[in-house]
Design a protein around this ligand. Structure first.
Ligand SMILES: [Zn+2]
Length: 381
């Protein structure tokens, strides 16, 4: 190391898959940054960038203007994700000050390597998505089809497997910044395509699975938090999806109309609540006590099976008749009489079972998927 490299300013880049940061200024190892809004939208919260030239020196990265992010409560108690090999992600020392610079998150970190990456959550790239789809599609008994295309022309991939009668739909990443949802999908597909897994073997006898690991490839690649290429929140399009605004949802809903749906899970991440929870379909016009009871029974099974799931914290429940039918879970429950639910995993940590090194992580998302599927088998039995 030369004296030059000890004083040279760091470099910051985000011109890659799911990259998102604007560099306001760099001075030595300190930088002032801001998050770019989703294209044609007000939403922002997802960030993903690389810092180079900081090995052995302490970085001080200030991301400013965060009080006007989509979920300002998401910054309180949150710690940024960091990786030096882009494989294992840890949490960095992070402080949020709502009064500084329109809401500023300060990340301090001393990398050992020449480059290190920071992100809102461990990214799940579109290249990894295609690896996941290819590996699953090459597995015994798995069918792959393209349900439709996004506005940027990317395929909406669907994997189907199982010989049973129960039509089970698993969809993820309507909100592209919620990358834990596709880590969950990787866990689900690993399990379901494993010829030795006893739960998977039984589930494949009982069910026909339809799995859409990424509903919003455009938002994913563009580094969006919540919307597609046109700035549309896909999870508000399920009542009247259109080819112009939301071809992704239109394609998936049409495919569901062909198969019918008995059970559906829509996988998400939540910015503010440090816990794993469900949002159900209370308040749909067609609500029946039997349908509600079946949902609660599934929730109880999952809560018993894994300490990473709980039922105390979550969103307020809609009053009778007040459900928003433009959301996937409500539309699917209403349209098909299905038991459907939105799974929310934290960006922060699960406070009931904290992991100081990693917080909520890809590894835990994948393990949760296995418990969700094992619970489905128990629920069907
Ligand atoms: Zn979401």
């Amino acid at each position: 190391m030369t004296p030059d490299s000890l004083s040279a300013p760091i470099s910051i880049d985000a011109g890659f898959d799911s990259g998102n940061i604007e560099v306001l200024s760099i001075e030595g190892t300190s930088a002032r940054l801001a998050i770019r809004r989703d294209h044609q939208s007000e939403f922002f919260q997802w960030f993903h960038f690389r810092v180079s030239g900081g090995a052995g020196r302490t970085l001080e990265l200030k991301i400013t203007g965060l009080a006007s992010a989509a979920y300002p409560d998401g910054w309180v108690g949150y710690r940024a994700c960091v990786s030096e090999d882009r494989d294992t992600w840890y949490r960095a020392e992070t402080r949020y000050d709502a009064a500084e610079g329109g809401g500023t998150m300060t990340i301090r970190y001393t990398p050992q390597a020449a480059t290190c990456s920071f992100a809102y959550f461990a990214p799940y790239s579109m290249e990894r998505h295609h690896d996941l789809v290819a590996e699953a599609a090459a597995s015994e008994g798995v069918a792959h089809r393209v349900l439709g295309r996004s506005l940027d022309g990317q395929p909406i991939d669907c994997l189907s497997l199982g010989e049973g009668e129960k039509q089970v739909w698993l969809i993820a990443r309507q909100h592209p910044g919620e990358s834990m949802a596709e880590w969950w999908m990787e866990g689900a597909l690993d399990m379901l395509t494993d010829p030795a897994d006893p739960h998977a073997r039984k589930l494949r006898q009982l069910c026909r699975f339809h799995i859409v690991p990424n509903c919003n490839p455009d938002g994913s690649r563009r580094g969006h938090l919540r919307t597609n290429a046109a700035g549309v929140n896909l999870n508000r399009e399920w009542l009247e999806p259109s080819a112009e605004r939301s071809p992704e949802v239109l394609a998936i809903r049409n495919a569901m109309d062909e198969t019918g749906v008995h059970f559906a899970m829509d996988v998400h991440g939540d910015e503010a609540i440090p816990a794993v929870f469900f949002a159900g379909f209370e308040g749909i016009p067609g609500w029946t006590e039997a349908q509600g009871e079946a949902y609660r029974r599934y929730r109880t099974i999952l809560e018993r099976r894994t300490p990473d799931f709980q039922t105390k914290r979550g969103y307020p429940v809609a009053r009778p008749g007040k459900a928003n039918l433009s959301m996937a879970t409500n539309q699917i429950a209403q349209r098909f009489g299905a038991v459907s639910m939105t799974l929310e995993m934290p960006f922060k940590d699960n406070d009931d079972l904290p992991d100081p090194a990693q917080g909520w992580s890809p590894e835990r998302s994948k393990l949760l998927a296995r418990e969700c599927l094992a619970s489905l088998l128990e629920w069907l039995a």
